[in-house]
Every structure is written in C-alpha cells, then in structure tokens.
Design a protein around this ligand. Structure first.
Ligand SMILES: Nc1ncnc2c1ncn2[C@@H]1O[C@H](COP(=O)(O)OP(=O)(O)OP(=O)(O)O)[C@@H](O)[C@H]1O
Ligand SMILES: [Mg+2]
Length: 277
C-alpha cells in the first residue's frame, strides 16, 4: 500500500509534476502498446480466416462451396479494412489539442483496446449510449482517463463481473456525461476524499497484467478533466460498486454556411459556391 500526499514543499510539488508528466508519456505508450497488441491479434484472426477459406475454395471446385468461400473472404477483408481504419483514426488522434470529437467512437475504440483484457478477466461490458453532440476534447487525453477508470474498475472485480458505460447529453448544462460503473468492491466513505491524491493507492503494486499501484492514475484523470473545464465525480458503496461520472464540454455547433447571394443578371443555377465540397 503506498499512501502519502504532502506537497507543501515546492520541491516535492515539482517532483510530483515531473512524475505525472512521465506517467502521462508512459501511459500514451501503454495505449499504443494495447493498440498494437489488439490489432495484431485481430488481424491475425482475419488472415487465418482468409487463408483457410482460400484453401477451401482451391480444394472444392463446385460453385456453391466457392461462392461461400468468396463471401467469407469478402467479409474478412472488410473486417481487416475496418481494423486498419480504426488504427489509423486512433494514431491520428494523438495531439493534446482540444477539438470537436465523436466521443461515442472514442469510447468504442478504447473498449476495443481493452477487449482482450476484459475477456481474460471475465468482465462483461454493457453499453447505454444515447445520441450525443460532439465533445470539445483532446481524444488522446480523454482516452487515457478512460483507460485509467476502466482498468481501476476491472481491478475492483478480481473474480470478473459487469461494467456499465453510459453516454448522455446533459442538455440543461450543455455537457456530455460519461459514466463508468462497476459492481466491484467499492471504496470506503472515509477513503473517498483521498482517492484523487497523488500516490494514494491501496494496491500492492502492478497486477499480473503489469497495471496499477502507482496511485497517480486518478490524480492524472482529475488534472486532465480540469484542463477540459469539466468535472469528475465519484459515488461508491462498499460491496456494491463504484461509478465515476465525467462531465465534458460540448463543442460549439458550427455556424451554418450562408448561401451565396445571387449575382444580378445570372441565372441562379450557374452560381458556384467556392466553399462547397
Ligand atoms: N473502481 C474502483 N473501485 C474500487 N476502488 C477504486 C476504484 N478506482 C479507484 N479506486 C481506489 O482508488 C485508489 C487510487 O486509484 P488510482 O487509479 O489513482 O491509483 P492505482 O490504481 O492504485 O494506481 P495507478 O496510478 O497505477 O492507476 C486505488 O488504489 C483504489 O484503492
Ligand atoms: Mg488506477
């Protein structure tokens, strides 16, 4: 158990900031590592399907079998293209700049990164996604927050269990709510105020998958959410589970492009809008 948080000494405070920066860099690499691991595994599965159906098509000359093989190869090829597009999308979204982002897609991509880990620890994921507007976020940073929360949730259910992820638009405050709820061990009420402190951890160190135990995860989550002018809230009951709610800003709606004014003497159909794509 590593517990300490007294950063009144400016030197200590600087060291904590430095460690947090290093952790953020390490976590970016972890996310990339997950990405490479997951996609290589998935891609290999797709290739096996393609190779096996191609062999089957070469062995059987009848049209029915060959048609079936082509269909399977076509479906597998499409899946491979989807995987490549997901990887390219994630690799592109690595900047720290905040921009209008499809949060639903980001949540799905993050879950894809943890799919194998969740399966291994027998965690089922329930999605309750409502239609939401785009969020003004750094996809890279919010993905790090999600990875932290999802791994904490997984570690709170060592014998497996259920995770609920909710996305909804809080129209009253024009924010997007992202809720990650587990049905794990819960956090004692007297410990709740400390969980966002740097180096507060109740874990003995990294688990079998090499994750957890530094006590910087939630402190970093809070810093990231604050830099987005958002909020992070927690509710927990011992033995029942824990829910973290992130409130993130909605991106401003783009102002609609105005149609060009008609030019006198020209029929409207000959006008062209240089902005049109
Ligand atoms: N979903 C959860 N269920 C139960 N306890 C939790 C949950 N999330 C966080 N905690 C508690 O809060 C502590 C701090 O979490 P935090 O993510 O900051 O650190 P950590 O997971 O211990 O280590 P790391 O910095 O490697 O993530 C955890 O050690 C755990 O005691
Ligand atoms: Mg953690």
């Amino acid at each position: 158990m590593a517990e300490s948080n007294n950063c009144e000494n400016p030197n200590l405070q600087q060291q904590v900031e430095l460690l947090k920066k290093q952790l953020a860099q390490a976590q970016t690499l972890t996310a990339l590592g997950e990405l490479v691991g997951t996609t290589t595994h998935e891609f290999n599965n797709v290739l096996m399907t393609i190779i096996n159906y191609a062999k089957m098509g070469m062995r059987h000359k009848d049209t029915v079998t060959r048609d079936k093989c082509f269909e399977k190869i076509f479906a597998a090829g499409n899946r491979a293209a989807k995987i490549t597009n997901t990887v390219l999308g994630m690799a592109r979204n690595r900047s720290a700049g905040q921009e209008p982002t499809d949060l639903t897609k980001l949540v799905e991509n993050t879950l894809l990164l943890l799919e194998r880990e969740m399966n291994k620890y027998r965690i089922a994921v329930d999605r309750h996604f409502q239609p939401i507007p785009e969020a003004l976020i750094s996809g890279n940073q919010i993905q790090q927050v999600m990875l932290n929360l999802l791994i904490n949730a997984r570690q709170a259910m060592p014998r497996g269990g259920r995770l609920t992820i909710k996305l909804q638009h809080d129209a009253e405050n024009d924010m997007i709510d992202l809720v990650i709820r587990d049905y794990g061990c819960g956090i004692p009420q007297d410990k709740l105020p400390r969980i966002f402190d740097s180096f507060y951890s109740t874990k003995d160190g990294p688990d079998a998958s090499g994750k957890g135990g530094t006590g910087l995860g939630l402190s970093m989550c809070r810093d990231i959410i604050e830099s987005h002018h958002g909020q992070i809230r927690v509710q927990s009951t011992i033995g029942k589970g824990t829910a973290f709610t992130l409130k993130l800003p909605v991106a401003a709606k783009p102002t609609p492009r105005r149609a060009p004014l008609p030019v006198a003497g020209l029929p409207q159909s000959t006008l062209c809008n240089s902005n049109a794509r």
